[in-house]
Design a protein around this ligand. Structure first.
Ligand SMILES: [Cu+2]
Length: 426
């Protein structure tokens, strides 16, 4: 209703203006005045308005900036965020200086040199010195900005130092899951074919392969049984669908069997070489719906997606990286402010850092988010120590660096898990 009223007012207002201009035209014709004949008084009036306008223009600009200041993000909470913000500030300073200078000159000259019968414009066709000046000065400024920007970008995107702790963020429609390495300090290998209710990230371990193979076998058998029982009265297209489904399960099974062979060979080869296979790291991985990071420590985020492209976006960290199905993307960052400190800084006791999806990925995209807790190292370790390993029942103690993985746990959780934790030579 209100919208309708506003629309009516707008339409009526427009009609009134049109009528008024028609009245003005008619009176001008009556007085014998032609449209193109502009009086000195009109010119002077417009010139004064040219001088008046910038006061409103700049005033409004400054008011808007101050009025909406609190809608901006608070201070950057990561090391590279500070570099980025400084770069933005410098860029803004240059832009604002150019904005105020050029607009002041524009309106000043427009107001000063309005048309007067007794004054002629000076004919000034060309000046090489000025041409050079306004080509070279902006070029130098732009080149400076670009070099500065590239330097900052390269500093942000350099590869993490080897040994930087890794945390995985796994996106899917429409949530995030985090994965932390267990006692061994290493994240295990993954394969999407192994995804099931108990293994949402498809972590590869002998146990998860065995479970998945059994599940698929049962599914295949159920399909075969249905096909045998209902063979005579199933409609042809439904029968075809069922056959396709069974063939698909067989293909997936054979690929998982290949994966099992690969895994067993890799474990054996690495063992012979005195190393640990990437397939030995998965069982104690911590899979959680919480996201914690220690303050003051560089962390590498490994980002994956299960279905379509998402984007891991941490606005307070000034960090974003696409999550692309079929590959792992990486970014590393060092948080500099804890959640508690940020609550004081923002004077908001409910403040939380947040991980968002920044690719419009479907109906619940807006809700694809997870709070990030940045805490002192001690609190972080305590939290991590409470989390249970993916296939080991006991809580894991976090490893500071991958190098201090001196032994693995022998868990008697299930016999399948025990197989994962076979003793490893070091
Ligand atoms: Cu998304």
């Amino acid at each position: 209703m209100t919208t309708l009223l506003i629309l009516a007012v707008l339409v009526l207002g427009l009609m009134a203006v049109l009528r008024l201009s028609r009245v003005y035209e008619l009176t001008a014709t009556l007085r014998g005045k032609r449209e193109e004949m502009i009086s000195d008084r009109d010119n002077r009036m417009n010139a004064r308005l040219m001088w008046l306008f910038p006061f409103f223009y700049f005033g409004f600009f400054i008011w808007l900036t101050l009025h909406y200041k609190d809608k901006l993000l608070p201070v950057a909470a990561s090391e590279h965020g500070e570099w980025l913000d400084r770069m933005y500030d410098i860029n803004w300073a240059i832009l604002l200086a150019a904005f105020f200078l050029t607009n002041t000159l524009l309106f000043y000259f427009s107001g000063k040199y309005y048309f007067r019968k007794d004054r002629w414009a000076y004919y000034y066709p060309h000046n090489n010195k000025w041409e050079l000046a306004w080509t070279i000065v902006p070029s130098v400024v732009l080149i400076g900005i670009i070099i500065y920007g590239l330097t900052v970008w390269n500093r942000i995107t350099t590869a993490a130092v080897p040994g930087t702790p890794e945390v995985e963020l796994y996106g899917k429609q429409f949530d995030w899951t985090a994965r932390y390495p267990g006692k061994d300090g290493r994240l295990g290998a993954t394969d999407f074919r192994l995804i099931n209710d108990n293994n949402p990230l498809g972590i590869v371990t002998p146990a998860s392969i065995a479970t998945r193979l059994e599940e698929l076998k049962a599914e295949e058998e159920a399909g075969g049984k249905q096909l045998a029982e209902e063979h005579d009265y199933l409609p042809p297209d439904r029968k075809h669908e069922l056959e396709e489904h069974i063939a698909h399960i067989r293909r997936v099974r054979s690929r998982i069997l290949n994966l099992r062979t690969l895994m067993e060979q890799d474990i054996a080869a690495k063992k012979a070489a005195g190393q640990e296979s990437q397939y030995s790291f998965g069982a104690d991985d911590i899979v959680v719906k919480e996201f914690h990071l220690p303050v003051g420590q560089d962390v590498e985020l490994l980002i994956r997606s299960r279905d379509i492209i998402h984007s891991a976006y941490l606005p307070h960290m000034r960090a974003q990286m696409n999550a692309v199905p079929g590959m792992t993307t990486r970014m590393h960052l060092k948080p500099t402010i804890t959640t508690d400190s940020m609550r004081l800084v923002t004077k908001n006791p409910a403040f939380d850092f947040i991980l968002l999806c920044n690719k419009i990925c479907g109906a619940s995209h807006y809700n694809m988010q997870m709070a990030l807790v940045v805490e002192p190292e001690g609190a972080y370790r305590a939290w991590l120590a409470q989390q249970k390993g993916f296939q080991t029942a006991e809580a894991a103690t976090p490893a500071a660096a991958p190098s201090d993985s001196t032994k693995t746990t022998a868990s008697a959780d299930t016999n399948a898990t025990a197989a994962v934790n076979e003793p490893k030579t070091h």
